[in-house]
Design a protein around this ligand. Structure first.
Ligand SMILES: C[S@@+](CC[C@H](N)C(=O)[O-])C[C@H]1O[C@@H](n2cnc3c(N)ncnc32)[C@H](O)[C@@H]1O
Length: 282
């Protein structure tokens, strides 16, 4: 089996493809994460960007105006279905973007060398993260920057805690022997990731946990369905071959938990995220 084949299979499975089914909700809820990345990235017009694990391309599209008119974004993903979906959306615009099917751990990526590497929740899945970030570093310009976002610990993170505890109660646990194993929570430990980036050759590496508000216009049932169908609950549902009834039961639990976040105008769920910035020097 190729190093990241398990991830390639997962993201092309029904569980992974839910990121396409729930794209509208995802684009709304995670746009705050794009804003946080944009704030940290200090992008300049004309720059070349690499988006790692781009999924359906929301973050790529959020960065397009930052490099316009002459900049270019290459977005890579290991899942052909995501890339094809993102390409179809890009056909509707004149964006200077290229979506490529590639394993970012080992691929030579077209559009290199890059001024900036970004990723929203797309870089915690590498079988060998040091090798992956070494490969990425090689394809950056001298003084190129990296800005990525990942989930912080599930505990105290309702987006993760509520669906995960419901899924564990209804179906069963995932094997949690290694908290840093590739997966949605693989970069939950800031020091661990700072170590990976340094070992890969990055300098000026910094990591911080920050709280971002995930906002959705409602109703709460829609947000709860999203949180129940992707993330750690999705992996539990896949492992135990959960039925539609199981997913409904998980969603009901999440609706009850998320009600406390319903405000007069929208639903705002605080999310603890880890942001990492680093540079190629020389
Ligand atoms: C949690 S999703 C995030 C997608 C997107 N960045 C977003 O925020 O909507 C993780 C993505 O990483 C991709 N991925 C996982 N391993 C990868 C690899 N080795 N190379 C490229 N993409 C990968 C998956 O296919 C998936 O689209």
């Amino acid at each position: 089996m190729q190093p990241n084949q398990a991830q390639a299979l997962y993201w092309s499975s029904e569980s992974g493809q839910k990121w396409i089914w729930f794209e509208t909700e995802l684009d709304l809820v995670f746009s705050a994460v794009d804003d946080a990345l944009i704030k940290r990235a200090a992008t300049q017009p004309g720059e070349r960007i690499l988006d790692i694990g781009c999924g359906t391309g929301a973050t790529t599209r959020a960065f397009v105006p930052r490099v316009a008119p002459s900049g270019k974004i290459t977005a890579v993903d290991i899942s052909p279905a995501f890339v094809s979906h993102a390409r179809d959306r890009a056909k509707l615009t004149a964006d200077n973007t290229e979506f490529v099917v590639a394993d970012a751990q080992s691929a030579e990526i077209s559009g290199a060398p890059f001024d900036l590497v970004i990723s929203r929740f797309g870089s915690m899945f590498f079988a060998d993260p040091v090798e992956a970030f070494r490969n990425i570093l090689k394809q950056m310009k001298p003084a190129g920057r990296l800005t990525i976002a990942a989930w912080a610990k599930a505990k105290g993170n309702p987006w993760f805690e509520a669906p995960k505890s419901a899924a564990v109660k209804i179906l069963g646990p995932l094997d949690q022997s290694n908290p840093n194993a590739p997966g949605p929570l693989g970069f939950q430990n800031v020091e661990h990731v700072v170590g990976i980036l340094k070992e890969a050759g990055f300098q000026n590496v910094e990591g911080e946990t920050a709280t971002v508000e995930l906002a959705h216009p409602g109703p709460v049932e829609r947000v709860a369905a999203l949180a129940s169908n992707i993330g750690p609950a999705a992996r539990i549902i896949k492992k135990y071959d959960g039925s539609a009834g199981d997913i409904e039961a998980i969603t009901e639990f999440v609706v009850a938990d998320f009600r406390k976040f319903v405000g007069s105008e929208d639903i705002r769920i605080p999310a603890n995220l880890n942001f990492f910035t680093a540079q190629r020097v020389g």
